[in-house]
Design a protein around this ligand. Structure first.
Ligand SMILES: *Cc1c(COP(=O)(O)O)cnc(C)c1O
Length: 402
């Protein structure tokens, strides 16, 4: 074998392959405060591309809390919490999350991604089984791989598939863990949570639900899908992020006091990493308080969601009415996805929307199985923002029709 070529040259070829498939991604620069309208390349655009569902990331209550915490506690946490200690703020945030979720305790991680990696790999190992929804988030999938457990995917949302796998496989393993997003971020639909919990009880399985997109959004108090489905208090492990509706950065796990105590001793992605910064911690705490003190935010969000649910199918040229390459995927949330026939089409659609002042994400494989335009609604979108979306989207879709 000859090693004369540059050992890094394959990277250039790999990039070319990505370009050829229309899978290449690049990042857009956003200026100014986050919100329903943001500046892209100096031009204001209506923002349907964020996960800031309640518009809290640019909210003065969070900004002031972050500034105050920085002035009192400094910018960094200076080390892992077990080695360098933590701030009372960290525990306050954990207790506020536990209160929101009605669990005994909670633990805050540096990100939701790290919460999943650390928790899954602490809960199961080589002798164990994981059953995972095929559309689960990357952090659940990679947590499963890291754990070394046998991981079997079930068809998206199919309880019968989970049951069949449990009947076939459960006896051969020590522990079993069922993993699912509660609100699927690239589709907008919900997992069949009550049925999954019943199956888990019957087959002695643990369940970990990822409430990343549901926290602050779903349920009468914004506690998430567990609350939405009336499953509060049932045995399960809830994780989520502080970075979406809560407008900050970080992740959490909520559950029994024993679970949280165990994770503090066994979750490597919590033990061996620096604690959340004072600013992020204080902003998230202010967000949890805002959720409780300002329920109108969520009411406004759902008002906007219901309006779009009614209006999109009426106004757009979609496949249900006439033959069309565009399908609106079923959604029960502020996430609306318009499935499109190819990566090139969705990129064109994204570009023409942007030219007309609408910022929406064009999502392609390998993130999702089929290309789609993903639109997220915010509490702070005005009726005129939503009307502009409809007008622009309608005309862009008509231009793309054969
Ligand atoms: C965003 C997201 C995460 C990761 O959370 P971060 O705090 O952004 O790392 C995990 N799971 C799901 C379903 C997500 O959408």
């Amino acid at each position: 074998m000859s090693f004369s070529t540059d050992p890094y040259s394959w990277i250039g070829s790999a990039l070319e392959t990505i370009h050829r498939a229309d899978w290449y991604r690049s990042v857009k620069s956003v200026e100014g405060l986050p919100g329903a309208v943001v500046q892209l390349a100096g031009k204001p655009v209506i923002n349907f591309a964020s996960n800031d569902y309640l518009g809290l990331a640019g909210d003065q209550r969070l900004i002031q809390a972050a500034i105050a915490a920085t002035q009192t506690h400094g910018t960094g946490s200076t080390g892992s919490r077990l080695i360098s200690g933590h701030r009372p703020l960290h525990r306050e945030l954990e207790q506020a999350i536990a209160h929101l979720k009605q669990t005994e305790d909670a633990l805050v991680f540096s990100s939701g991604y790290l919460a999943n990696l650390g928790t899954i790999s602490a809960l199961v190992g080589k002798r164990d089984l994981i059953l995972s929804d095929q559309y689960n988030h990357s952090s659940l999938k990679n947590g499963a791989i890291l754990s070394g457990a046998t991981c079997l995917d079930y068809a998206h949302g199919e309880v019968a598939g989970v049951r069949a796998l449990l009947e076939q496989e459960r006896d051969r393993y020590r522990r079993c863990l069922i993993l699912t997003d509660t609100l699927f971020s690239m589709d907008g639909d919900l997992c069949p949570l009550p049925d999954l919990l019943d199956l888990a009880e019957q087959f002695h399985c643990m369940v970990l639900v990822d409430e990343a997109h549901a926290t602050g959004v779903m349920g009468p108090t914004g506690a998430g899908c567990v609350e939405h489905f009336g499953c509060t208090g049932r045995a399960l492990i809830q994780m989520g992020t502080l970075s979406k509706a809560l407008g900050s950065l970080g992740g959490y796990v909520a559950g029994s006091a024993n679970l949280i105590d165990f994770l503090r001793n066994r979750a490597a992605s919590w033990i061996y990493t620096t604690g959340l910064s004072p600013a992020d911690t204080a902003a998230a705490l202010a967000a949890v308080h805002t959720l409780q003190q300002d329920p109108q935010r969520r009411e406004q969000l759902w008002h906007n969601v219901h309006w779009l649910h009614q209006t999109l199918p009426q106004e757009l040229p979609l496949s249900s009415s006439t033959p069309s390459p565009f399908t609106l995927l079923p959604s029960a949330s502020p996430i609306f996805c318009l499935q499109v026939n190819s990566p090139a089409t969705v990129m064109n659609l994204g570009r023409s929307l942007l030219e007309a002042g609408i910022f929406a994400s064009a999502v392609r494989p390998p993130t999702v199985p089929t290309s789609r335009l993903r639109l997220t609604v915010m509490a702070t979108h005005t009726p005129s923002h939503l009307q502009q979306l409809i007008t622009v989207l309608k005309s862009c879709l008509q231009n793309l029709l054969p």
